[in-house]
Design a protein around this ligand. Structure first.
Ligand code: C2E
Ligand code: MG
Ligand code: MG
Ligand code: MG
Length: 289
């Protein structure tokens, strides 16, 4: 009897594993189709300077307009893209689309080249492509976007693979005018040695620290430490996931003035983001009169 039920449990386990595997395979196929059908879109989340409420940039975030399930967030599928290698194509598309979108904002006078940058997330696999620098260079020249308006968000995961290769690529891109932000800072294999050697321009304070910053003294201390490290290395800090004004007050007290989060705006479809820029621009111009 015990043996029987043991065997059943194993069979059930196998079936569950098979289900999971075929589920994954189906998702991978759906993602491949989504790419060819043009179901991916970008949303834009404003980045704001809290001191004057000016929109200083935006982060481009991938969305999948699923034909029946509606908009899907990358949390559900980014890992499948990465593991299957599809991220190379999707990421290349996201970079090109971001550059096109930003160039169009510039052309329509909604942003200025000196005061706005667009952040694009780059996956480890994408960054490790041997011709990554050439790809970015080509994308920039195709879109005719000033390189200084492009900021690439990388994660600590990129670094551990091959530090010298990473630094080399970053330096070449920086020569063009591209800048870098370290995303989700503090959640990966952060090492101060790496950080010191990497030519990054900004640290993004992960939302997991921001969330409880005003209630949890550990998170508060981590944020203080990140801002202090950034300051001593001459880097900017930008906080992500800011949802409440008490979080923003705390961040500003620590010296972090740049933020993105639902408090100001969630990620927006392109048309809505344009409207937000048009309105905020009008407000600044009126205030200056
Ligand atoms: P991330 O780069 O750390 O992006 C920030 C995430 O926080 C976004 O999730 C954004 O929608 C969410 N967020 C922004 N403000 C708030 C807030 O106030 N509260 C809360 N709870 N969340 C907030 P999203 O769009 O689901 O993206 C998840 C992750 O997927 C991103 O994390 C990034 O790692 C990855 N990702 C998104 N787009 C791309 C892409 O084009 N390429 C690559 N490689 N990865 C991407
Ligand atoms: Mg990011
Ligand atoms: Mg982040
Ligand atoms: Mg994050």
């Amino acid at each position: 009897r015990a043996k029987d039920s043991g065997r059943n449990a194993i069979q059930m386990f196998r079936r569950t594993m098979q289900d999971a595997a075929s589920e994954r395979l189906r998702l991978e196929n759906d993602l491949r189709l989504a790419l060819s059908r043009g179901e991916f879109e970008l949303n834009f989340q404003p980045q704001v300077d809290a001191r004057d409420s000016r929109v200083v940039g935006a982060e481009a975030l991938l969305r999948w307009q699923h034909p029946t399930l509606g908009p899907q967030s990358p949390g559900e599928f980014i890992q499948v893209l990465e593991e299957s290698g599809l991220i190379l194509e999707v990421g290349g598309w996201a970079l090109a689309e971001s550059c096109r979108a930003c160039k169009s904002l510039l052309g329509d006078g909604l942003v200025s080249a000196e005061q706005f940058s667009l952040c694009v997330n780059i996956s480890p696999r994408q960054f490790r492509q041997s011709d990554f620098v050439e790809r970015v260079t080509r994308t920039l020249s195709d879109s005719r976007l000033p390189a200084s308006m492009l900021k690439l968000e990388i994660t600590e995961g990129i670094v551990i693979q091959n530090l010298d290769d990473t630094i080399g690529k970053m330096r070449r891109l920086k020569k063009l005018g591209v800048s870098f932000a370290m995303d989700d800072f503090g959640t990966g294999y952060s090492s101060l040695t790496y950080l010191k050697r990497l030519p990054v321009d900004a640290l993004k304070i992960d939302q997991s620290f921001v969330r409880e910053a005003t209630h949890d003294s550990n998170d508060a201390e981590i944020i203080r430490a990140i801002v202090a490290i950034a300051r001593s290395l001459g880097l900017e800090t930008i906080a992500e996931g800011v949802e409440r004004s008490d979080q923003l007050v705390f961040l500003e007290q620590q010296g972090c003035h740049l933020y993105q989060g639902y408090l100001f705006s969630k990620p927006l479809p392109s048309a809505e983001f344009r409207t937000l820029l048009a309105n905020s621009r009008q407000r600044t111009e009126l205030a200056q009169q």
